[in-house]
Write a protein that binds this ligand. Structure first.
Ligand SMILES: Nc1nc2c(ncn2[C@@H]2O[C@H](COP(=O)(O)OP(=O)(O)OP(=O)(O)O)[C@@H](O)[C@H]2O)c(=O)[nH]1
Length: 325
């Protein structure tokens, strides 16, 4: 669970929002029932149940962004409902909804548009306010809070993206680094156990790379690594994850693809390298080992089979792809 939260910060926000909003609304629901306000009590209970259901959906499906947007709509409608039913006392919940909206989704335009819509609806209908002064105060403070929340969320998102890039990407080749690879492979094994959607890895190793360094220098070696990384990206799907495993060894994780589909991609990459990857002395080739994830297999066992396949590709003469047993 911790690994998933570490990899998906948006999911952490969704879970925290779900937990704290339910924990805060539940005592109010009980209070409404005890004081005879059954309608609001029932609505609060339904709201908590919907939030819990949506958060559970997000956790199970992994569709964090969609879940966040559902929660934006639910929290906005919930705050509007409480304002309409309870009057100015209920309006306080609008402030919680406004701040939450800008952090539950990364689509800040959607958050801003929806927030402005509910603020406008509440102000225009005017039922929730006892005086015109209250309505204008709400309008001014809620718009100011929306603006500040937007600015902070926007700043936070760009800083988070920059830090994430630094922490997860290999600066030379632009591939994801090994730390990120280990985390995502573990998550892929968990996802496979949950959904049974096929997963495969392709382990790739540039042939005689030491010779390139020795003959032409380290900078030429670096150039070959970069061109290789670009070639692999050009020949893979945008959902495939490409990591630098170490040195001149790389790994591709293919979600939703079985071993044979992965083997086709690996063969495409091999042929592309043979055709297009060059050092000053001529063609540079690559060897590849492919393994589909099997039920009950651990991450280490999966990688060991891909590694054994790569070893066979090297042993059988290099510049070839081998599918693991
Ligand atoms: N230029 C460059 N070289 C690197 C980098 N990282 C590792 N290497 C070199 O990659 C070479 C790997 O050599 P080996 O593991 O012997 O493999 P190889 O020569 O490719 O031989 P085979 O894999 O058996 O075909 C070593 O000489 C490392 O110094 C890097 O970032 N840049």
């Amino acid at each position: 669970m911790l690994k998933r939260l570490q990899a998906d910060f948006q999911l952490t926000i969704v879970l925290l929002f779900g937990f704290f909003s339910s924990a805060l609304i539940t005592p109010f629901a009980v209070y409404r029932f005890l004081t005879g306000n059954t309608v609001v009590g029932v609505l609060d209970t339904v709201l908590v149940a919907i939030i819990a259901g949506v958060v559970a959906y997000g956790w199970k499906s992994g569709r964090t962004e969609r879940t966040g947007r559902f929660l934006v709509i639910i929290s906005g409608l919930g705050a509007m409902m409480s304002s309409e039913l309870l009057g100015v006392v209920g309006v306080f919940w609008m402030y919680v909804a406004i701040v939450a909206n800008f952090f539950l989704t990364t689509n800040l335009r959607f958050a801003a548009a929806f927030t402005l819509l509910i603020i406008a609806l509440l102000a225009v209908t005017g039922h929730s306010f006892d005086t015109l002064a209250q309505m204008w105060s709400f309008l001014a403070t809620s718009l100011l809070l929306s603006l500040l929340s937007y600015i902070i969320a926007d700043q936070y998102a760009s800083q988070h993206a920059r830090l994430k890039h630094l922490a997860t990407v290999d600066p030379l080749t632009g591939a994801f680094n090994r730390r990120n690879m280990e985390l995502e492979l573990d998550l892929a094994v968990e996802e496979f156990a949950r959904t049974r959607a096929p997963m495969a890895v392709v382990l790739m190793d540039i042939d005689h790379f030491k010779r390139i360094n020795d003959r032409h220098g380290h900078d030429t070696g670096d150039g070959v690594l970069c061109r290789f990384a670009r070639l692999v990206r050009d020949h893979s799907r945008h959902i495939d994850r490409f990591y630098r495993y170490g040195g001149e060894e790389f790994l591709m994780l293919l979600k939703g693809a079985g071993a044979h589909e992965a083997a086709e991609l690996a063969e495409k990459v091999r042929r592309a390298c043979e055709r297009e990857l060059r050092d000053p002395a001529g063609a540079v080739t690559v060897s590849l080992g492919v393994a589909g994830l099997r039920p009950g297999e651990s991450c280490q066992q999966w990688l060991a089979r891909a590694d054994a396949a790569l070893y066979r590709a090297k042993h059988d003469g290099r510049n070839r792809m081998v599918l693991a047993d």
